[in-house]
Design a protein around this ligand. Structure first.
Ligand SMILES: C[S@@+](CC[C@H](N)C(=O)[O-])C[C@H]1O[C@@H](n2cnc3c(N)ncnc32)[C@H](O)[C@@H]1O
Length: 246
């Protein structure tokens, strides 16, 4: 598996500043996480550490981040030097990770949508299950497998669009285009159906999958009225779920 994040690490970091990231993505994930003070957390596909730092600041301990991209991990480590939180970062494939002690929570914002087929997803599922205590939780957001291509342009109001060449079949590349002030950049995800996701994670030993509708933070609702957020909430481009290690 390769990753194309080394060349876009700075741009991706900038894309995390878009309002929907804070007021929908982060707000929904934090609602799902609940109180994580004192919980051990592994952040898979941590990127430059955006959520890794959020998790640590919420009181999680210890917190570790793993990402395939050396460029992303370099940014994460540089931030850790600037503002030390006690997070450990490691460059590598999440599928190869085995912690010395399983943790309470595995978190992954946009990992699963890099699996191109059932086998790669199963390997991710095994890595998640292997690194969780029994009863531990996996919390995640990914490309929404149920988002129909006819809805792929609604993200434009929020700073991004999705693109597909051909049919939305298993393994089809779904391109997220982030429209920044300096110009757009692309990130390629892969479509796997909800059935495939539930089946692979189930085979890996993760159960009780619960899908969560996105919600808007109170501050987001103050910034923009209902009409602004309605298309996102009615046809979410990304999908949230959590599950438990059996
Ligand atoms: C969209 S970014 C998300 C980064 C971070 N979670 C966030 O939300 O800001 C996706 C990240 O997944 C990483 N990635 C893709 N496949 C991976 C794998 N098999 N193991 C670890 N990281 C992976 C990429 O390098 C990239 O940094």
């Amino acid at each position: 598996m390769t990753t194309d994040y080394d060349g876009i690490a700075d741009q991706y970091k900038e894309s995390k500043l878009e309002e929907w990231r804070t007021h929908i993505e982060q707000f929904t994930l934090l609602q799902m996480l609940g109180d994580i003070a004192g919980k051990s957390v592994l952040d898979f596909a941590c990127g430059e550490g955006y959520y890794t730092r959020v998790l640590r600041r919420l009181g999680a301990e210890p917190v570790a981040g793993v990402d395939l991209s050396g460029g992303m991990i370099d940014l994460a480590k540089a931030e850790e030097v600037r503002n030390t939180l006690g997070i450990s970062y490691q460059q590598g494939d999440a599928r190869a990770v085995t912690l010395t002690e399983p943790c309470d929570i595995v978190f992954a914002a946009y990992l699963l949508n890099y699996a191109k087929n059932y086998q790669e997803l199963l390997e991710m599922g095994h890595a998640i299950a292997r690194n969780l205590k029994t009863g531990g939780r996996f919390i995640t957001v990914n490309n929404n497998p149920d988002d129909p291509p006819g809805n792929f342009s609604i993200g434009r109001a929020y700073g991004f669009t999705k693109h597909l060449e051909g049919e939305l079949v298993e393994g089809a590349p779904v391109i997220f285009r982030f429209h920044l002030a300096d110009g757009p950049f692309d990130v390629t995800n892969y479509h796997l159906s909800r059935v495939t996701i539930e089946s692979a994670l189930g085979e890996a030993g993760l159960g009780d999958i619960r899908w969560h509708a996105p919600s808007v933070s109170p501050e987001g609702s103050r910034l923009h009225d209902q009409r602004h957020w309605a298309p996102f909430l009615a046809g979410p481009p990304v999908a949230f779920f959590d599950c438990t290690k059996r």
